[in-house]
Design a protein around this ligand. Structure first.
Ligand SMILES: [Zn+2]
Length: 337
């Protein structure tokens, strides 16, 4: 361990040498490398967490730069996958830790692999369905995780520790789409994402260093209303997850599915099984009808009306579409379902 690098953190007596050694020997996964995930990854990388698995499904877009602190205009221009861009920047920050970038959409078929072999998972995602899935995967494998969310000027954080209460005790049912504000329409301030992410990272450092000061409460912050609240959450003995060990979301078999991407006028289509797309063959066919651009990660197509980014594993981000049906229609026409 490089004591000089972590001197200020070791000097903080509640961490000290012992705590720092535990942090350096620990492993964490971050799901989602947006506004929350980039701040969490940056802070945990600098704090010396020995291994970070960096997972994200999207590429860097210019609208991300207002709050997603690891990315640059070059990353957006070149449409670099966030996992790879974050890995590249963080490698220059701390070359003494190990990192594993993962460019993938997290779902019921792969989440258990993504949370395996880590001591803690941090939520940097932007959707509820994924959090219910994460809640079940972590409960099943006895891995603590930290929930965090932010929209507009408000945010919330809660540690989900083994034994509960779990995320489903906090929110028993998935909120219906449209019943809660989302970043794309309500906006989000980079100050609230920074605060929520820093609380998540601080809790991570406490958990990983074995501190007794780990928060047991749900915390809610509103920067515009000037409120900081901490509320006790009680374990629900009838909770399907931490009460009964039933994994409804993890057990769901899935076909092809779609998700809208936060802050983007775009819908992602994920095929039932990962594919291996031959970009050269695809580009040759598509070039007859529109402009095609290829990078090692992505093929971009635009004919002035239809536009999409196609990824190697068969996922596609369809632009300028209003709903799932339209997105699937574009996918079926150009890629094939
Ligand atoms: Zn529960």
């Amino acid at each position: 361990m490089n004591f000089d690098r972590y001197a200020r953190q070791i000097a903080f007596e509640k961490i000290g040498r012992d705590g720092q050694q535990k942090i350096c020997a620990s492993r964490a996964a971050i799901i989602g490398l947006g506004a929350l995930g980039t701040v969490i990854a940056d802070e945990l990388c600098r704090a010396g967490v020995g291994f970070l698995r960096l997972i994200d499904r999207d590429v860097v877009d210019i609208s991300n730069l207002q709050r997603q602190v690891l990315y640059t205009e070059d990353d957006a221009r070149e449409q670099i996958p966030k996992a790879f861009a974050a890995y590249a920047h963080l490698s220059k920050t701390n070359s003494e830790i190990k990192m594993e970038p993962v460019f993938a959409d997290v779902n019921s078929s792969n989440i258990e692999a993504f949370v395996s072999g880590v001591d803690l998972v941090l939520d940097g995602s932007d959707n509820f369905e994924l959090r219910y899935l994460l809640n079940e995967a972590c409960h099943k494998h006895h891995i603590p995780w930290i929930y965090g969310g932010a929209v507009a000027a408000s945010g919330s954080v809660m540690n989900i520790l083994d034994g509960g209460p779990c995320f489903r005790c906090l929110l028993p049912e998935v909120p219906a789409p449209g019943s809660y504000p989302v970043c794309a329409t309500s906006g989000v301030l980079n100050m609230i994402t920074g605060i929520v992410a820093s609380i998540e990272a601080a809790e991570a450092v406490k958990i990983l260093s074995g501190s007794q000061a780990v928060s047991k409460k749900y915390r809610a912050i509103d920067l515009w209303e000037n409120t900081f609240d901490a509320v006790e959450v009680h374990k629900n003995p009838d909770c399907p997850v931490c009460g009964k060990g039933q994994y409804e979301f993890l057990g769901k078999s899935r076909g092809a599915y779609t998700t809208s991407l936060c802050g983007r006028d775009a819908i992602q289509v994920v095929p039932e099984k990962p594919a291996e797309i031959d970009f050269a063959a695809f580009a040759a066919a598509l070039e007859k009808t529109g402009a095609v651009k290829c990078s090692p990660f992505m093929l971009s197509f635009d004919d002035g009306k239809t536009a999409f980014n196609l990824l190697k594993d068969g996922r596609a981000i369809i632009k300028n579409v209003k709903d799932e049906k339209q997105a699937k229609a574009v996918y079926a026409e150009y890629v094939g379902l």
